[in-house]
Write a protein that binds this ligand. Structure first.
Ligand code: GCU
Length: 945
């Protein structure tokens, strides 16, 4: 976990306590006196490309005898890369320099190509002869893949007798999709900023080579380097030489560069010309000529340019439908122009507009277009009909487009599966999707894998795309175990028949070495992590229980009523049947219509996706649906606790740095799993009021809109609900954050199934901050939501020099705070207000307290003038957005930056602080509020203490 933290509030405490906590708990190795040597520290940068000295000394000497030099047969740049990688890898593994030579001598490792029709264009063989090893590709790329695979065999300490191997990829298009923006932010990225420093190009960084190596090492041959929500700027002529330089690095490692194209680029990029193009209609001849010229220009600079990826007419993106044309017409216009250069056009079917049931959009739009896309056009379809939920049925478009080239889009970055905090190894999920029998062809086939490998309909332009999790964090993926998904995606794209067990074993051995216990413990954790995540976040296929507009991290089931569930006091789920519901089940082949459409046949794991059922409905396990929801959330949480414990047992077997990093991630994971469990269980108990079997629990709820004032006594209202079948008497108090907090207790007796509200006295110090508060309950018992509730503490206005509640003209005010809205212009007597153009105001509504619900903000910089009192004074400013994600806010005075926030997910707030000086008599300060270029800054409150 390097680089900026995406959840400053939820993770701060952990980062302080994670590794230290592990040490205190006796989990970290203390000294070198343990039975085995603790491996040297690593930071994760090398991923699975670690070429450490072979530990087994017998094997090492056999390897040393067998591999003394490398010979590259041919001068192709990709072959030279293969030679360089072999030299690097063998030198590291054998602990001595293994040179590249011109002549083949005894014990050579020879890499080259030989035409072999059985291997396809990218396959390879590794063959051990009496006096040498031959790594032979059917083409250069195959030779490179063979070199990497050979090294991986040695990393895994395979005996010399077992090195022979023949392999070839199943799909031709094995592609990464980066959702990287021009400002280097990454949409749904949790590993820092983009690897690519656009404005520095054509200047190149060493890391680009390592990026290309990591792709090639697992057989990725295409990469789309920018976000599907594409800025047209990527196509601007001035940018292309820089991108060509990057393409050159990729080319040496057999990877073709692609761009996401904004469909309205002809409009945007001619806006400043004497006669600008004002439409993006694919049938308009000026538009066509513009694209023709652009494509010619690109191929002059990047002769092996892969093509364009397009998101059109979805979530506000422009597209052919704006001009009354179809997706196929829109795609073909570009495909035809790329065809001349052997380029391809990938068109996404993720259109997210228009129907009542989101699950149906894509099929209804794309199925009628089957057969209309040209030969080098490919439709890229997300695995499920919604949006990368932890469990979704397979998208009915698979099998629904037999006359269209299709790629599957999987999400490697964990947008809906826990970001870089929850471990969620996705290969088991992807396996189940790829193995899905569509029943649209003969027999039960084809499977999704058959379709995307070209077997089903004998197609060539097919494959797999992964929305990738890479960023510029030192460990690439934001947490040490995240790279397992990157690796797993690539391995499956290469061969969808590999088992999850094989793939994860491969990854663990390459990443952590072959220690048996490490492999078996970590493997068991990882293979259970997807179903575990599912069990505490998404009951029975429901999905989408996070706030739809935000970061998709924390639970918010109230916000997705109608979108993913129709929860009432009687039951929950979504009736998507053809008989009585939205009709979605009717989009499948008859076999699946019968299964999904019938309550009796529908598999439990998709029950609430397909049906609305009463809480008392019996599942196959014999449990009622509601009892299952309760139990799976408690069990899932317990499994995460067990993951953390199991990892603890590996202390000393993994280097201390990565050990502690992973331990800290598990600490955070446990907290977030608890948050999910408590929120979802409370939510469904709140509706159903069905007391669980067993001992039950208490659940705590906090009326929304509560603020805590620093430096003043508060009464925090907490509603205590007794979800058990016996009366309970309790005493509750806020757990003090530190000695500066004063707290008092309150008691209540709550009947079985009843609720009572207690008012907890609490006085925080005079501060502006955020806290995750815990409530202590006596006698001790299971109390949901008793921990980790985030509260904002804002200073008592009477004790501030200035206390401003910034937002709109009519939203409620924080007690004692003065209003600043866009119309509050500077006024000397008042001592605050905007100078120059005023910003905009926004109000996110009453689910938030008076402080957080509204803010002022804008794209351009604006100036807020305030009067400072004499002497030193502390400025605190609240930044965040209760709706969408919030870009960085920069607060400056003159040229001096006082404070900057990071990108904040929607619903996450932070206080920025700066020390100012009013001098001997006080003065005015012009605070400049700004963000990164073209991004929206936010300011919700400002206080001087
Ligand atoms: C999701 C995701 C967006 C993304 C979109 C897409 O909606 O939250 O960030 O742009 O999918 O795949 O186009």
């Amino acid at each position: 976990m390097t680089g900026p933290q995406k959840h400053p509030i939820t993770r701060r405490t952990l980062l302080a306590s994670g590794a230290a906590g592990a040490l205190a708990a006796g989990l970290l190795p203390r000294s070198a006196s343990s039975a085995f040597a603790v491996p040297p520290n690593e930071d994760g940068y090398d991923l699975w490309l670690r070429y450490h000295l072979v530990a087994d000394s017998n094997l090492l000497s056999r390897y040393r005898d067998a591999f003394t030099h490398i010979v590259v047969q041919g001068n192709h740049v990709v072959l030279r890369s293969a030679g360089a990688e072999l030299a690097r890898g063998l030198s590291g593994l054998l602990g001595r320099s293994i040179p590249v030579r011109d002549q083949i001598g005894k014990s050579a490792v020879v890499v080259g190509t030989k035409v072999d029709n059985t291997l396809g264009p990218e396959g390879f063989t590794i063959k051990r002869r009496t006096d040498r090893v031959e790594i032979t590709g059917a083409g250069e790329r195959g030779a490179l893949y063979g070199a990497f695979r050979f090294l991986q065999q040695l990393q895994r300490q395979r005996p010399l007798e077992r090195l022979d191997l023949t392999d070839r990829p199943a799909s031709p298009l094995r592609m990464l999709n980066h959702w990287d923006n021009l400002n280097r932010s990454i949409e749904r990225g949790y590993a820092g900023k983009s690897i690519f420093v656009w404005d520095e190009l054509p200047g190149l960084r060493e890391r680009y080579v390592d990026y290309a190596r990591l792709l090639a090492s697992v057989g990725i041959n295409h990469t789309v380097i920018n976000n599907v929500n594409a800025s047209a700027e990527f196509l601007r002529s001035e940018r292309l030489p820089g991108l060509a330089a990057l393409a050159g690095v990729l080319r040496s490692w057999g990877v073709r560069l692609w761009l996401s194209a904004n469909y309205a680029a002809p409009i945007t990029l001619t806006a400043d010309q004497p006669s600008p193009i004002t439409v993006a209609d694919p049938l308009d001849t000026r538009v066509q000529q513009w694209w023709q010229d652009k494509i010619d220009e690109i191929y002059r600079l990047i002769p092996d340019f892969g093509g364009f990826l397009v998101k059109a007419n979805s979530e506000g993106q422009p597209g052919p439908l704006d001009y009354g044309r179809t997706h196929a017409e829109g795609a073909n216009m570009l495909a035809d122009r790329l065809a001349a250069y052997d380029g391809k056009l990938v068109w996404r079917s993720f259109v997210h507009e228009g129907f009542d049931d989101w699950a149906e959009y894509e099929y209804r739009v794309f199925h009628p277009l089957d057969g209309q896309f040209h030969a080098n056009a490919v439709v890229q379809t997300k695995n499920g009909p919604i949006d990368f939920q932890v469990r979704e049925p397979v998208n009915p478009l698979f099998g629904g487009l037999p006359r269209t080239n299709q790629m599957i889009e999987l999400q490697v970055t964990q947008e809906y599966t826990g970001h870089s905090t929850h471990l969620c190894y996705l290969v088991p999920e992807w396996k189940s999707i790829l193995g899905f029998q569509t029943h649209t062809g003969t027999g039960s086939g084809p499977t999704v894998a058959d379709i995307v490998t070209g077997l089903a309909y004998d197609q060539e332009n097919v494959g797999m795309a992964g929305v990738v999790n890479l960023g510029d964090d030192r460990d690439w993926t934001g947490y040490q175990l995240g790279a397992a998904n990157t690796h797993g995606f690539a391995r499956l794209a290469w061969n969808p028949k590999l088992s999850a067990d094989e793939i994860v074993t491969d990854w663990i051995e390459l990443t952590f070495g072959g220690d048996r216990q490490v492999v078996s413990v970590l493997k068991a954790i990882m293979l259970r992590s997807w179903s575990t995540y599912e069990s505490y976040t998404s009951p029975l296929g429901m999905g989408y229980l996070t706030y739809p507009l935000g970061s998709h991290f924390a639970p918010a089931p109230t916000t997705t009523q109608n979108l993913s569930h129709h929860t009432t006091a009687e039951g929950t789920g979504f009736d998507r049947t053809a008989a009585t519901g939205s009709g979605f089940t009717g989009l499948y082949a008859e076999h699946w219509q019968d299964i999904y459409g019938s309550l009796a046949n529908c598999p439990d794991e998709l029950l609430l996706f397909m049906h609305w059922v009463p809480y008392t409905h019996r599942l196959r396990s014999g449990k009622t649906m509601i009892q299952h929801i309760y139990d799976s959330h408690f069990d899932g949480y317990e499994r995460v606790v067990e993951f953390r414990r199991a990892w603890g047992r590996l202390a000393g077997r993994v280097d201390q740095a990565r050990y502690a990093d992973i331990a800290a991630t598990f600490d955070a994971h446990v907290i977030e799993a608890e948050r999910w469990r408590d929120t979802i269980v409370s939510y469904f108990y709140g509706f159903s009021r069905i007391v669980p079997t067993g001992t039950g629990w208490l659940q705590l709820a906090y009326p929304s809109g509560q603020l805590l004032f620093g430096g003043r006594a508060n009464s925090l209202a907490v509603e205590v609900t007794n979800a058990s079948s016996s009366e309970r008497s309790i005493t509750a108090a806020v757990h003090p954050v530190d000695s500066g907090w004063q707290v008092g207790a309150a008691s209540a007796t709550v009947g079985a199934g009843a609720a009572a509200t207690v008012a907890l006295p609490v006085t925080p110090p005079l501060i502006a901050d955020h806290f995750e508060l815990a409530i202590d309950i006596a006698p001790a018992q299971m109390a949901l939501s008793s921990r980790n509730q985030t509260f904002v503490v804002t200073p008592d206005a009477a004790q501030c020099h200035l206390a401003l509640d910034i937002g709109t003209a009519d939203s409620p005010l924080v007690t004692g705070y003065a209003r600043v809205s866009p119309s509050t212009t500077w006024d000397t007597t008042r001592g605050y207000g905007w100078v120059g153009t005023a910003p905009q105001g926004r109000d996110r509504g009453s689910t938030w307290d008076a402080l957080r619900r509204d803010f002022c903000g804008d794209y351009p910089a604006r100036t807020l003038r305030i009067t400072l009192p004499p002497g030193p004074v502390r400025l605190s400013a609240l930044v965040g957005d209760g709706g969408p994600d919030c870009p960085p806010t920069i607060i400056a005075e003159g040229n001096k930056v006082l404070a900057t926030s990071t990108d904040l997910p929607g619903g996450i707030f932070t206080w920025l602080h700066a020390d100012l000086d009013g001098g001997p008599t006080g003065r005015t300060a012009d605070l400049i509020l700004d963000s990164e270029p073209d991004r929206f800054w936010h300011l919700g409150a400002l206080v001087l203490t």
